[in-house]
Write a protein that binds this ligand. Structure first.
Ligand code: SF4
Length: 438
């Protein structure tokens, strides 16, 4: 019998990348192997993100372009999951007659039955929310995917309700996985060759706090560090207000914990931070940066920044620019504010025109580009340790990442994946470094 194939299109954040791995694992269980190209697929899944505006329109646009594909392959099944599916639910099926099924952020475990229904010609939607402290027990994990690096979900949802953010509405309230389950998953991954884990959650620093789990985040990190075979540990995303002293201590004494933290600041202006309901001010944030640097001097910071939040003045924006310069991020991911349904910020008056917001965004981007080059510049001429992950950009190259999460491409024979190497850094590019193994 010919093997059926599924192609998964992933949009948005690392959480979605991790969810797509889980979706792939569940679908393997019902006879679908991953397909490298959409042309070979018997089923296409869109795993969507709704953090930015117009996400829904984009997904509808993509779904309508699939009509042509259906003419060539009438039995092709199409499913939509993720945050747009959670938000739109049944509406998606109503608006897109050739869509077969819709699953939300809490219903990955129902996929096998949904696929069977779709194969039998029934159109289904499953976007119910599960309000249970143990709902993550229901969620499938990524299976025994062998790889050098692995994303491990440790918690899901968010209780912070930042005024601009849709996540608490589409992912639900915070729930943490049991520490024993997480450690067991990582032990198995290490046994099958994994060398680096990234612990994932919307707000990993509050891991275990909401339900009195047996471990807080710092203890979990220490547990992971004790696993043989795991050489590097990363995590994301961190909320600055929840960086605890025990977590800072981990940076002081856990060698396996990488010298990088993604610490989204969102704005450099206290007035805007208060309107965003972020729970910290500029001084608190800078103090956190200082404490982390005092225990780990080579730590690199990355951030998310929103430009043009309702009511942001040029003066507020200047505060964001100056914060960028003060922290000297190795990278930041900025976007122009867009109102999201159900959020408080969507109701705020906003007098700044889009043109002005885009102009601010471009200024911020230019500053970050300059900072990235400046932060990376002292690395040239040094040997940096990288964990080799796979084939590099060009023929004959491998790539890996430094502890500070900078990508290094270097000429090497294949077969080094999973090993630690010390290339000499010879060139500094915007998005990567070039190294030589000599
Ligand atoms: S911390 Fe704020 S921005 Fe992050 S997921 Fe929660 S509500 Fe959204």
């Amino acid at each position: 019998m010919l093997q059926k194939k599924v192609h998964i299109l992933t949009y948005g954040c690392q959480m979605n990348v991790s969810d797509s791995e889980k979706i792939g694992s569940v679908l393997r269980g019902v006879g679908y192997e991953p397909s490298a190209t959409i042309d070979d697929a018997d089923m296409v899944i869109l795993n969507t993100c709704s953090v930015r505006s117009k996400a829904e329109e984009k997904i509808y646009g993509i779904l309508f372009t699939m009509k042509g594909r259906l003419k060539r392959k009438p039995n092709l099944l199409i499913g939509v999951g993720g945050c747009v599916a959670q938000q739109e639910g049944e509406r998606l099926l109503q608006k897109v007659p050739h869509l077969n099924f819709v699953f939300g952020t809490h219903t990955l475990h129902l996929l096998p039955q949904m696929v069977r229904d779709a194969e039998a010609g029934r159109r289904v939607t499953e976007t119910g929310f599960i309000d249970d402290d143990h709902r993550l027990d229901l969620f499938p994990q990524s299976g025994e995917v062998a790889g050098v690096t692995r994303l491990v979900t440790i918690m899901q949802g968010c209780d912070n309700f930042c005024s601009y953010c849709i996540v608490p509405y589409v992912r639900g309230r915070e729930v943490s996985r049991r520490p024993g389950d997480i450690l067991e998953e990582i032990r198995r991954a290490a046994d099958s060759g994994c060398r680096e884990v990234t612990l994932l959650g919307q707000n990993v620093n509050s891991y275990g706090l909401q339900d009195g789990a047996a471990a807080d985040f710092a203890s979990l990190l220490r547990g992971v560090a004790n696993i043989d075979g795991i050489q590097r540990i990363r995590f994301m995303t961190s909320h600055p207000k929840d960086i605890s002293t025990p977590l800072i201590d981990c940076f002081a004494d856990l060698e396996k914990l990488c010298s990088h933290i993604h610490l989204p600041v969102q704005s450099g202006s206290d007035r805007i931070l208060a309107m965003m309901n972020r729970g910290y001010n500029r001084a608190d944030y800078l103090l956190m940066v200082k404490k982390l640097r005092s225990v780990r001097p080579d730590i690199l910071f990355t951030s998310d920044i929103i430009v043009g939040f309702p009511g942001e003045t040029e003066e507020d924006f200047q505060q964001s620019l100056s914060l960028l310069q003060e922290v000297r991020y190795s990278d930041s991911y900025s976007f122009v504010y867009s109102p999201r349904p159900e959020t408080k910020a969507a109701l705020l008056p906003d007098k700044t025109g889009n043109e002005e917001k885009v102009e601010r965004f471009n200024r911020l981007l230019a500053l970050q580009k300059k900072l990235t080059i400046e932060v990376q510049s002292p690395m040239v001429g040094k040997r940096l340790e990288v964990l080799v992950e796979g084939a590099g950009k060009k023929e004959g190259q491998m790539y890996g990442r430094t502890s500070g999460n900078r990508v290094v491409n270097f000429s090497a024979e294949a077969g080094l994946a999973g090993t630690l190497q010390q290339p000499l850094i010879v060139r500094n590019f915007q998005n990567s470094l070039l190294g030589e193994l000599r």
